[in-house]
Design a protein around this ligand. Sequence first.
Ligand SMILES: [Zn+2]
Length: 482
Amino acid sequence: MSNFVASVGMEVHAELNTQSKMFCRCPVAFGGEPNTRVCPICLGLPGTLPVPNQKAIEFVLRTALALNCTIAMHSIFHRKNYFYPDLPKGYQVSQYGETNPLGYDGYLEIPQKNGSTKRVKIRRVHLEEDTGKLMHLPSGGSGVDYNRAGVPLMEIVTEFPPDITNPDEAKDYLQQLRQTLLYLGVCDGKMEEGSLRCEPNISVRIEGSDSYGTKTELKNLNSFRSVQLGVQFEVRRQIATVEQGGKVAQETRGWSEEKSASYLMRIKEAENDYRYFPDPDLLPMAFEQSDIDNLKAQLPELPLAKFQRYQADFGLSAQHAEVICDDLDKADFFESALAIGGDSQAVNNWLTGDFAKLLNDRGLSPRASKITPEHLVDLTKLIGAGTISGKTAKDVFAKTFETGTMPSEIIKESGATQISDEGAIRQVVLGVIESNPDVVAKYRSGQSNVKGFLVGQVMKGSGGRANPEMAQRIVGEELEKQ
Ligand SMILES: [Zn+2]
């Protein structure tokens, strides 16, 4: 038995969330009636002229900079020619060549379990246009929906030989890349709607061998999990094929979610000849260094940097930092709360605990909820000052979540403030001791564990409002009195 090594190249297509399509003014949106967002340009009718979407070019440049790429200061569009009904013009506008894509020779760092990072080299980041979509008609037969045709599409391809060697890394890479695109605000990252699509190519080779195995390409992966499972399945299938004396065929395979297995879509006998040539209708792009420098200066803090900063500066665990950074809205909430005087640990506890749970249950982001950073900081300060107990805080938080009323208002109205008045608590303690003589006797005969029961009775007797530490202490003091 030989040891096998897998190599996974990642090809990711991201639809850019611009207002309009790449070369016309048709709006970019998801779903809707087929062929309602089309015009002569994106339908490729003769006599039309494309006008490039500047925003889309800027989005790709931003991404290329965030992915540490070299920027092509001069770059052109090519026509990629092939015949398929989803392509109304008979060609797709794309970018060909090694150093012509808007960005090339970059990398993305992905966090590792041990706290270090792994660098995944990126070969190219280029701009193209999306195709239409073939669909089965309810009446039978097939139709084409061109709503998606001409939507600006960014392609991000990893370097060969690939740095990714296993299914987990493939998933981690995609997650980190998706987060980066979301932070940059260039793509909505919705894999289930196809605005972010991932097509890994997978090969295996015997450890130590210099030559790479034949690649298969995997399609129809619409979640992180399916990327992970799909790559895992392909690696195992290829190893089994080689071990049984077979040969891996160069083919495109689909992923079946139901069967958790890949299936043959088509065999690639030869590389397609797309007859790339410069698009004569589109002017070459040229950029000034000062413009690129400006774009670079305007990049936001990226997910990995934020993830590392939250751990280093606020002492968050990797797990909590990941939960908060995973959602830019949560990260903004966290930072806003800190900016108005919130304690990082207290805010983190709510944001990754009760608050996260309520948000998950309702499928909301923090911004869509009634809780603002002001509400949360108000609440954590009330707990910190001992005005309310942790238990009361949970109830108050739930009320604030429903109504948007300030926690301090709720407490003022309900009188649910924590009792920290020593005399008042001692009163309750004395009552509890008096009505539980048998328990007190047990304590005095050496069963010190019954103290917890008495403290519980005090909490109950105060409606849960007694300061728990004080209750604990005073019960102890009274029990020691003979
Ligand atoms: Zn159009």
